[in-house]
Every structure is written in C-alpha cells, then in structure tokens.
Write a protein of this length. Structure first.
Length: 507
C-alpha cells in the first residue's frame, strides 16, 4: 500500500528541488506545500522578521548606531548564526519531506549534492556578515574605546554630536613611526573643517617646519609659551612637527589626563595658530598608510611632475626611481606613500600640496562597494596604524557626515612659502585672516541668481548711500586664486592634470 504521506510529496526530483529553493527564499513555503500546519507559522514568522529588519535597516541612523556599537554587533552576529542554523534546518527538512520515495541511487545523490550546494550558498553570506560584525566590533573597541583625552569637546552627546556648532574640525596627522611611539614626529598636518549641514569641507595644510606655533590664550601651554613654541637650544625642536614629542617630554601632564599628550599638544598648537577650535584628531603612521591604500585596491591621482621614490637630499642619496607624470595615474600603496612624502627635487610645500590631493583621492576611492569588498583588509590595517580621540558614541554621526563630504565641495588652503608667509617667522594674523576668509568666502553667484538671499522682512531703514555694484563685492574671480596666497582653492582643480600650469602655490 502507498503510505498516506506520499500524496504530500513532490512528483519528481526537480519539483522537490524547486520547492526546496523556494523554501530557502521564503522559509516555510515548502512545508505549507507538504500540508504541515506549522509551515504557516514559519512562513508568518519569516515575513514578520523580514519586515522588521527592513524597517530597522531602512533607518540609516539606527543602522549606523548598530554598526558602531560593539556589544550590539556581537549580539547581532550570534543571532545571525542561530537564525542561519534554523534556516538550514527548514531547508533540509523541506527537501526530506518533499523528495519522491522512489529515487534511484543516481537521482538521490544528485538531490543531496544540490541540497548541499544550496546550503553552502545560504550559509556563506550570513557567515561572512557575522564575521564582519565581529571584526567591526573589535575595530571600535581597539581604536575608539577608552581614548582618554584632555582636549576633546566635553558637552557632546549622540543626540547633539556637534554641540550646536555649525562646523566640526578634525586634525589629520601623519607620523613617521608607530602611532604609540613617544618620539614620533608629525610630518603631515592637515586640519579638515566640515560644515555639518552641507558636508562642504576646507582643508588647511600647515608646513612641518613652521616655527613659533602659538597656543590658545588661556591654555596652560600659552602660559608656558606666550610668544609661541620655541626652543633656544635646538631650532629644529621648535618646529611644528616637534610639538608632538617635545611638549610631553618637557611638560608631562600639563594639559591634564590624556592617553596621548603629544596629539593634545599638536591640537592646541594648530588651534592657536589658525585661530579656530580643533575638536578631534586622527593620527596615522605614514609607513602603514600604504597598507590602507593597498586595502582599497589603489588610488588614482594626477601627477604633474616626476616624484622621487626614496633618496635623501640632505645626505646626497639619489632616488631609486620616480613616479612618472601623467593624468589619472593608478598608484599602489608603496607608490601612494612616496607621492605623499617624496621630497627629492622638491620641498616640504610641494609635498604638502600632494598630500591634500592624496586625501581627496582616498575619499574618491572609498565608495561603499569597494569598502565592503575589502573591509577586513581595511580594518586590519586601520587597527595597526590609526589612533584618534573621536569617541565611539559619535561614530554614527561621523559616518553620516562622511557621506555628505563625499558628495560635497572640498577646498583647500595650503600655507606655502610666499611674500606673505614665511614658516620661520610666520605672520599668524595674516594666517588667521585667510582661515576666516576660507570659512566664510565671498558669495559666489551663478548667472540669474539674486545677489543676496531673500529675507522675510524689509530692511529696518532706508539709506541715502548709493548701492555698490554687487559684482564688485559679491563675486570672486576664480582666476584670482592663482596669484592669491592663502586663498581656498577647489581640490578638484588644484589636483587636476596641468603640468604647464603647476607650481608650488597649488594653483
């Protein structure tokens, strides 16, 4: 006699496999087909779970909160693995209850192989996602947790990450050694000021050999160095790149309890020099920087003149090779490192200008798909070479801001040697004026737009003074940037391929 359950089975192996695949996509569907009442329970739970997950992930801020919360990431990874086990159980049981009884050995083996392949296809992305969650949790714990600092903002919260301020200023430091080394020198100093509403950013590049950097009035370091950072015994120790090592060595604990007194000191030096707050820092080991670029799969830059690889001008050691000029040059990590730091045949100012182009190149390269594909390599590199005082609680806000920056305008101001700026004796009032101008530039009007933004109320009172031609004050001739030291220029323009027009002022 034919068992009563046989009428619930699929009439052929292809039909059984078809229902098994459907059950993999919509767990419970196969059991509904076989007449099991609990198939409906699984199906309804699946639909409800998918709907809840879509609502959760659909909220970007909520999703970012999850991505930067190590405890919740580890819970999510565990939940994903348990869900995967239940999912595979449903899939395997679907095949077992639907497969025909009269399968010969060949068809039976074919069904088992197909089932194993299907289970592997289901398990791989879930296991990878759980792995990514654990890697991300370790990254947040290693880099962003327990970073005691004396200079970070004190009144920020996840709900108000910018403390009501329109701009957040992050100092990017490139060091010549391990980020935990006491004697490290910060040879790359770039302050990135970001408009928190639009994502528009301005990068301010300071030369490593700037002498006499000032500290903010009222700070302990300003009291110690009221005329700026100096060292009468060793002029080289009075340069900006020496602040990181010198201040903690000479005045330990002067700024308060901190896990990185050198970075706090450099933040204060840049704040006092530029005249704007420095909220956070990110320090990267320049040698390890090439690992980040390799993890991204390389970067693309324009090279306007040969850039030396290796070599020492001071010791008369010639380069071993050069990066050739050309548009859209694809560089690996080693080449990108020398593009950013090569000095043979050029000077610190030209190197500083190349560094801002490299920052932009990395921003352009770090699209979500690339980051996802190379995520584990990026995290492994980042954990070894990056140090920061950005708190973990603010990471969702910074991630959201980074998305804005990627699609916004990025301009830069490079303080290079000129008639107005001498790094050995800088006119810091002039420097601060250029900073103010870059952060609040003259209004640029497109053709047909009003000269000023409309207001909801009339002017308070009339005036007999003649109205000036708006074109005189409210527009800015882009060509003026070329002969205007300290002007903010669009990074896309200053990093374009223009070998004939390239020079050390970045124009």
């Amino acid at each position: 006699m034919t068992p009563a359950s046989d009428h619930r089975r699929a009439p052929s192996l292809p039909r059984a496999l078809g229902w098994t695949v459907l059950s993999a996509l919509l767990p419970g569907a196969g059991h509904v087909r076989s007449g099991r009442w609990w198939g409906w329970v699984v199906l309804l739970l699946t639909v409800g779970g998918l709907a809840a997950s879509a609502l959760y992930v659909g909220d970007l801020h909520r999703a970012l909160d999850l991505v930067f919360d190590p405890a919740r990431l580890r819970v999510a990874a565990a939940v994903a693995l348990v869900a995967l086990l239940l999912w595979l159980t449903v899939v395997v049981s679907t095949y077992l209850v639907l497969r025909p009884r009269d399968l010969d050995r060949t068809r039976s083996a074919t069904g088992v192989v197909a089932l194993v392949v299907l289970c592997l296809l289901l398990a791989s992305p879930v296991a990878l996602g759980a792995r990514y969650a654990m890697v991300q949790a370790d990254l947040v714990d290693d880099v962003f947790r327990d970073n005691r600092t004396a200079t970070a903002p004190q009144h920020v919260t996840a709900d108000d990450p910018w403390d009501g301020q329109r701009r957040v200023n992050v100092l990017l430091l490139g060091g010549d050694g391990s980020v935990t080394r006491d004697g490290l020198r910060t040879d790359s100093v770039i302050l990135v000021s970001v408009d928190t509403r639009s994502g528009d950013a301005v990068m301010f590049g300071l030369p490593r050999n700037l002498v006499g950097a000032e500290f903010p009035p009222g700070s302990p370091l300003h009291e110690l160095y009221p005329e700026g950072f100096t060292n009468s015994y060793d002029p080289a120790a009075a340069m900006l790149n020496a602040v990181y090592g010198q201040v903690p060595a000479l005045h330990p604990g002067v700024l308060g309890r901190s896990d990185n007194e050198g970075a706090d000191a450099v933040k204060q030096a840049v704040e006092g020099t530029l005249g704007i707050p420095v909220h956070y820092y990110v320090l990267a080991n320049l040698q390890g920087f090439q690992e980040i670029v390799d993890a991204l799969g390389g970067v693309t830059v324009n090279i306007n003149e040969p850039v030396a690889i290796n070599g020492s001008t001071d010791r008369g050691i010639p380069p071993t090779d050069y990066l050739d000029p050309g548009p859209d040059q694809r560089l690996n990590g080693f080449q990108a490192l020398w593009f950013a730091r090569g000095r043979w045949g050029s000077d610190d100012y030209e190197r500083m200008l190349r560094q801002r182009c490299m920052v932009q190149a990395i921003i352009d390269e770090a699209d979500p798909l690339t980051v996802l594909r190379r995520y584990q390599s990026l995290v492994a590199a980042g954990k070894q070479i990056v140090r920061t005082d950005i708190p973990a609680d603010l990471l969702p806000a910074f991630a959201d801001l980074a998305l804005k920056v990627k699609g916004a305008q990025v301009r830069s101001v490079a303080f290079v040697r000129s008639e107005e700026f001498h790094p050995e004796a800088p006119d810091l009032e002039w420097v601060r004026a250029q900073v103010d101008r870059a952060l609040e530039p003259p209004v640029r009007r497109e053709r047909g737009e009003p000269a000023t933004e409309p207001t909801d109320r009339p002017a308070d009172e009339a005036t007999d003074d003649p109205t000036e031609d708006p074109d005189d004050d409210l527009t800015e001739d882009p060509d003026d940037d070329e002969a205007d030291p300290g002007a903010a220029v669009d990074v896309a323009d200053s990093c374009a391929y223009d070998p004939d027009g390239w020079d050390a002022d970045g124009s």
